[in-house]
Design a protein around this ligand. Structure first.
Ligand SMILES: Nc1ncnc2c1ncn2[C@@H]1O[C@H](COP(=O)(O)OP(=O)(O)OP(=O)(O)O)[C@@H](O)[C@H]1O
Ligand SMILES: [Mg+2]
Length: 256
């Protein structure tokens, strides 16, 4: 039964693109209904971990299970918002069509999108406050607006697990708040969220638990345990500015 299974179960996962593993012997379980952040420096394997959960990259060793099933089998239950830079924005498609893409695969190939599919896509655009721009080509949006459209696509898809790779990168404070509201309401609906995040100053406030990665799993658990000055200094190789209030369990940092 789903209720007895972790939403995400990573066991001894090792992934390599070349001679050096991007991820080495990662094991972690994430319970359903959690909002989990992944932190770590550039190149530490955050996107690779997300891609492993999607079955986009092959494991050298170990395995990933979603609700007790192999990734291949559980694929339809996972929605994904890719890291910005990895998307072709010149593709001629409107905002509304991107949101509707979330509904592909929800019905037989021969049928048209239903009125319900359109309603779901429109509602998703409203949630990320992009409904007004629904007829705009995505290439004609700002970076933060594009990010929100991709969130709408994932929301419209409606899987049990939502994976987001740096959804807050390069967005203004109002957009960050709008995205966070959507993440929180998604969690309240019982879905599981895994979010790659760079800003250590907000990590404790936003997430139920944090995963600290640098090829290996350095820490996983409550933010106040993971955002430990010595641990962060080891993982970020002392390049992190650590402020005094870390002592009180609140992390503030940056400049990595
Ligand atoms: N397609 C690929 N081919 C070869 N090497 C790759 C590929 N994708 C990632 N890598 C390497 O694997 C390591 C982990 O990359 P990954 O993209 O997972 O890091 P990340 O933590 O997401 O970094 P960032 O914060 O910059 O997004 C890096 O050393 C990277 O150069
Ligand atoms: Mg990345």
């Amino acid at each position: 039964m789903d209720s007895e299974q972790p939403a995400i179960d990573v066991k001894n996962l090792t992934v390599s693109y070349g001679p050096v593993p991007a991820l080495l012997d990662i094991s972690l379980k994430i319970d359903a209904g959690q909002l989990v952040g992944i932190i770590g420096p550039n190149g530490s394997g955050k996107s690779t971990l997300i891609k492993s959960l999607l079955g986009f990259v092959k494991a050298d060793f170990g395995e990933v299970q979603l609700f007790g099933e192999d990734v291949e089998k559980a694929k339809g239950r996972v929605a994904y918002v890719p890291q910005r830079g990895s998307v072709d924005w010149d593709f001629p498609i409107t905002v509304r069509e991107v949101a509707l893409m979330g509904r592909y695969g929800k019905q037989p190939w021969w049928s048209e999108m239903s009125a319900e599919d359109h309603d779901i896509a429109d509602y998703a655009l409203e949630q990320v406050r992009m409904a007004d721009l629904r007829d705009r080509q995505i290439g004609q949006l700002s970076g933060g607006q594009q990010q929100r459209v991709f969130m709408a696509r994932a929301i419209a898809q409606g899987g049990d697990i939502l994976l987001l790779d740096e959804p807050f990168a390069g967005v203004d404070a109002a957009t960050e708040r709008a995205i966070l509201d959507v993440l929180e309401s998604t969690r309240e609906a019982g879905r599981t969220l895994v979010v790659v995040h760079h800003d250590l100053a907000t990590a404790a406030e936003y997430f139920d638990a944090l995963v600290l990665l640098k090829q290996r799993l350095f820490a996983y658990g409550a933010p106040e345990h993971v955002l430990h000055p010595e641990l962060l200094s080891e993982v970020y190789e002392g390049k992190l500015r650590i402020f005094a209030n870390l002592q009180s369990g609140q992390a503030a940092g940056g400049g990595v």
